[in-house]
Ligand binder design. Structure first.
Ligand code: SF4
Ligand code: SF4
Length: 91
């Protein structure tokens, strides 16, 4: 099954606060911006004008890859609270 089709089997219930908290000062000096490449859900985008990392946390699949890949180990990563976040349904 393609990734697009798999994404149709997901249900999101986003929290009002992000469960992904990068240290923005570290992001400014981060060379690789690994998170913007590794995330399968394209949660992270680097804004070159404002020099800020945009975090579209509502789309997070909770795979944990960004936490491992963060060049500066400066990503505060928590599971969303309670029943918030992504639910995997059988396609
Ligand atoms: S890899 Fe880590 S330090 Fe670099 S931009 Fe992403 S969250 Fe920030
Ligand atoms: S946990 Fe996975 S899906 Fe969520 S932001 Fe990190 S890499 Fe993307």
């Amino acid at each position: 099954m393609s990734l697009d089709k798999k994404l149709y089997t997901l249900k999101y219930s986003p929290d009002i606060k992000s469960h992904l908290k990068p240290d923005k000062n570290q992001c400014k000096i981060c060379e690789s911006k690994n998170c913007t490449y590794i995330c399968p859900a394209k949660v992270y985008e680097w804004n070159d004008e404002t020099k800020e990392l945009i975090v579209n946390y509502e789309n997070c699949l909770e795979c944990g890859a960004c936490r491992i890949a963060c060049e500066r180990k400066s990503l505060d990563w928590q599971y969303p609270k309670g029943t918030k976040g992504v639910t995997f349904k059988k396609g």
